[in-house]
Design a protein around this ligand. Sequence first.
Ligand code: SF4
Ligand code: SF4
Length: 427
Amino acid sequence: MQTHFTDTQLANPHIAEADKILRACVHCGFCTATCPTYVLTGDERDSPRGRIWMMRDMLESDAPAPKDTAHHIDRCLTCLSCMTTCPSGVDYMHLVDIGRAHIEKTRSRPIMDRLARTVLGIIVPRARLFHLALRFARFSRPFAGLMPKPFAAMLKLAPKTQTKLDEIGSADTVFRPSGAVKKRVILLAGCAQRALDPEINASTIRLLNRIGVEVIVKQQASCCGALAHHINQHDAAEQQMRQTVRSWAKIFETQQIDAVIVNTSGCGTTVKDYGHLLKNDAELSDKAKMISDNAMDISEFLAGLPALPVSDVQPLKVGYHAACSLQHGQKILDAPKQLLQRAGFQISTAKESHLCCGSAGVYNVLQSDLADQLKVRKIGHLNALDVDVIVAGNIGCINQLSDADAPICHTVQLLDWVTGGPKPKGL
Ligand code: SF4
Ligand code: SF4
């Protein structure tokens, strides 16, 4: 794609980066067919190609973002399906970051949108507060119809039953295996996941300890910054990322660490991008890159180890839901399925598995109409599999798909179960 930035514009490193990305796009349109929003609306402006075109015009003009451009960029899920499809290697993920930053800087959002983003940015990254908010949401759900749209969506998305808060992550803790330590990892305990399901971290740690892996959790590294990054709260995102990098980098200074494990793939995509996101940080750029280089999804880490000691084979039919952040963001396609297959489960994958379920961070709150359509479509395909259980590697998807016919849990919960852990709830 041709671009016409001036030399002055190109002196800005963000514009220089955008220019390079834009020039890689040959405008072939292959990406449109696999873009969930284009599949739903058929509108070129809701496709990657259309959005790339609009971002080029917006950035070149150096003017406040046009309303139409902001609207269609907001409707992008950042699912990154377009990056999997693109034959030219267009780095849409970083281009849309630059486009969104320009929109945020130059346009004022409607008050309700601003308010919803502020509330999400305050509550969701704080596990305890989010857990409390979920309790409130359960009781307020009958009044959802009286609320403005994003707040109604928040209430509807709150789980119908509330679990205990996951206390893993509320203090610095080292979880040691009972036998010899074969490997040592850092685990991101996370924020929203701790409020929504306390079993995912517990299963992860039990499973890792069982195979001789010591697990270190740092309280300071409570949020990776992904949520704030998604909703364009750049200062908050950077602060959370810097705090996490500092906290983890200190451990690397004194101990041999084999990996930084993330069991929420949305967060994993962000942690793996720390090196890029903090590349201009004079203090932390090298440390951020080191963290990114060592970051691994739990399935990726387990797949690189000897076969799991399965003690209790359960020949259940499992429907695998590939989270976008895992399949498109991290390009992890087979590891979770192979681990489950090796553990004795029968795996099937639903139709249109490349398409997003609509969760996408807090997209299901801020763009609830499109998110609901994607959810219904995804649940329809999963129900057609007629399986005993659905698994996914991302808490957002697990929450979004909880209305499916089969119970849903994290991949690691099934692996923990068949190697000696408790049976996941609902099975
Ligand atoms: S597939 Fe890639 S090169 Fe083709 S239009 Fe989409 S982003 Fe551009
Ligand atoms: S990130 Fe997803 S929704 Fe956004 S343009 Fe790419 S494919 Fe479409």
